[in-house]
Ligand binder design. Structure first.
Ligand code: AMP
Length: 311
């Protein structure tokens, strides 16, 4: 089992009501890889600039993440500057510098091409397509994106979406992509473009999965202290797909479990800036939160309504 992921490997500069950080390590593929590496083998594809610290690549390698598909190119690493208000569900992008990603043409190492699971994390959809073209016969292909690409590369994005089984997207983005304010209708409209399964991430309100006519909700793990939501969505996808890949089957009950793992993994990322929390995370802590979340959401009995005797 293994997951190939392509997406941004970045420096982030982030301001939240609780603090700020300059040029810390970030990027969709980075958060995803670290999260998924708790469950399965991860093969990372991306590009970094001359300014990217070797010791972070060593951290990824130490977690068992294969970085043979990460190229170092002349120039600067991708940089994202964003800000959150007290509503941590909404990131405001202040600046996106693609830098070395502008000219990146991925050429996957041969041993990446047999992967069963592929995650096209947030990055230029044309790059997502180039990676997908090089994988022989994946069993599950999922994609994530954001408003930057919905606005800037809409045609390529729709082409990529048509080729995937599963889409991870937040509620504001799916409304924008489908030009539809109702999230359920928006999900139905996007299903018609290709992906049978849509996972809509709703920040502190959890996430909802649509598959055909079925749906499943998972709440966000209730945290008392949270710091920075950057990367929560990618960490959710890492937990979700890492778990599914490790199980090797994709029945609806497996997807339900994966939703719990996604929510739990995301809860760790938002407890600190960058990957600080993921870097020290232990398997026992993941199990503990899964147990708590499952207990908090499981209602064992079917509801049978009894009419009041007066009626
Ligand atoms: P998330 O909070 O999970 O949606 O993702 C946050 C991560 O996405 C940050 O670490 C950023 O570096 C990265 N990011 C922000 N804008 C873009 C973009 N336009 N393309 C790819 N990655 C991005």
């Amino acid at each position: 089992m293994s997951v190939v992921v392509v997406g941004s490997i970045a420096f982030d500069s982030v301001k939240t009501p609780f603090g700020q950080c300059e040029q810390v390590l970030g990027g969709a593929a980075n958060f995803f890889s670290l999260a998924a590496s708790f469950f399965t083998d991860v093969k990372l594809v991306g590009v970094v600039g001359e300014d990217f610290p070797q010791n972070h690549l060593d951290v990824l390698r130490a977690r068992g993440i294969d970085i043979a598909g990460v190229t170092r190119a002349p120039g600067k690493t991708f940089h994202w500057r964003g800000e959150y208000g007290f509503d941590l569900n909404e990131a405001k992008t202040l600046k996106t510098d693609l830098n070395v990603f502008s000219d990146f043409k991925p050429n996957l190492p041969v041993h990446y091409r047999d992967a069963e699971t592929v995650f096209l994390a947030n990055i230029d959809p044309e790059l997502q397509l180039l990676v997908l073209d090089q994988i022989k016969s994946p069993r599950l292909v999922a994609l994530d994106t954001m408003n930057f690409w919905i606005e800037g590369k809409n045609a390529a994005l729709k082409k990529a979406i048509a080729r995937v089984d599963m889409l991870f997207i937040n509620d504001a983005e799916i409304r924008q992509l489908a030009s539809e304010s109702n999230v359920v209708k928006a999900a139905r409209a996007i299903q018609k473009l290709g992906p049978k399964t849509i996972i809509v991430k709703r920040g502190e309100y959890g996430a909802v999965l649509f598959q055909g006519e079925r749906m499943f909700y998972v709440p966000a793990y209730p945290l008392e202290s949270l710091f920075d939501p950057t990367g929560a969505g990618d960490t959710f996808a890492g937990g979700f797909l890492g778990w599914l890949d490790s199980k090797g089957q994709h029945h609806f009950d497996d997807l339900k479990e994966a939703m719990t793992l996604g929510s739990v993994m995301a809860s760790f990322t938002i407890e600190d800036f960058s990957f600080k929390r993921l870097e020290v995370l232990q398997h026992e802590e993941i199990e503990e939160r899964c147990k708590t979340l499952q207990q908090a959401t499981h209602s064992p009995n079917t509801v049978h309504l009894r009419r009041p005797s007066s009626s």
